[in-house]
Design a protein around this ligand. Structure first.
Ligand code: CA
Length: 215
């Protein structure tokens, strides 16, 4: 079973995708425009994103520029092969063309999940290994104990690497609700991660904004 985000503005299609994926045991969350889609995608709560290309507010292609680490199958109504090439170049794992056969959809989802599960487990840099699946971090082979929120924050930063994230966004993504402006919480947690892992220069402070994991 996987947690799947469906970003599709045509309600009938969105419902059809949800219905078929839930039939085989997946848990689905539906959104109907690009803005909501991007917000949900950045939260890293999903194992897979089914992403329509033509969406209100942001297109699927625009959203894909920001998605790092979550597998994507995009859905295009166009028979235009340029769309498929563009999607794959942006890092999508697969695509399906509307109108699609629901059996094919389910099979493609299964294949992408199987393929990406193994790849998603580890991220290694500077002698540090992050195991996302079992939420452990090692430095030079020795485990470093991070608190749950510290791990969540590190995961968000690494998954959105080389992108500046505001303190407000980090609060929303990691703490999952809107803090009443107490962005100091983020600073404190960042300090702890830097100290525990010795990666001060990897987690850059972005002046007047927030933080960026640079690699
Ligand atoms: Ca659409």
């Amino acid at each position: 079973m996987a947690k799947i985000l469906i970003v599709e503005d045509e309600k009938a299609i969105n419902d059809l995708v949800k219905f078929n994926l839930e039939l085989v045991g997946h848990e689905c969350h539906q959104v109907f425009d690009g803005e909501k889609g991007l917000e949900e995608a950045l939260g890293l709560k999903y194992d897979l994103i089914i992403l329509d290309v033509m969406l209100p507010k942001y297109s699927g292609f625009e959203i894909m520029e920001y998605i790092k680490g979550t597998p994507v199958i995009f859905v295009t109504a166009k028979t235009d092969s340029q769309d498929k090439i563009k999607g794959l170049r942006l890092g999508a794992d697969d695509y399906i063309t509307k109108p699609f056969n629901t059996v094919e959809l389910v099979e493609r989802v299964k294949a992408v999940l199987r393929r990406t599960k193994a790849e998603k487990n580890d991220f290694t840099f500077d002698g540090i290994r992050i195991e996302f699946e079992n939420r452990r971090v090692y430095k030079d082979g020795k485990e470093v104990m991070l608190k749950p929120r510290e791990f969540d924050l590190l995961e968000v930063l690494v998954s959105n690497r080389n992108i500046a994230l505001t303190r407000e966004k980090l609060l929303r993504l990691v703490w999952e609700y809107d803090y009443e402006g107490d962005t100091r919480t983020v600073d404190v947690h960042i300090q702890r991660i830097r100290q525990k892992l010795g990666i001060s220069d990897r987690i850059q402070t972005v002046y007047k904004t927030g933080y960026r994991f640079e690699i």
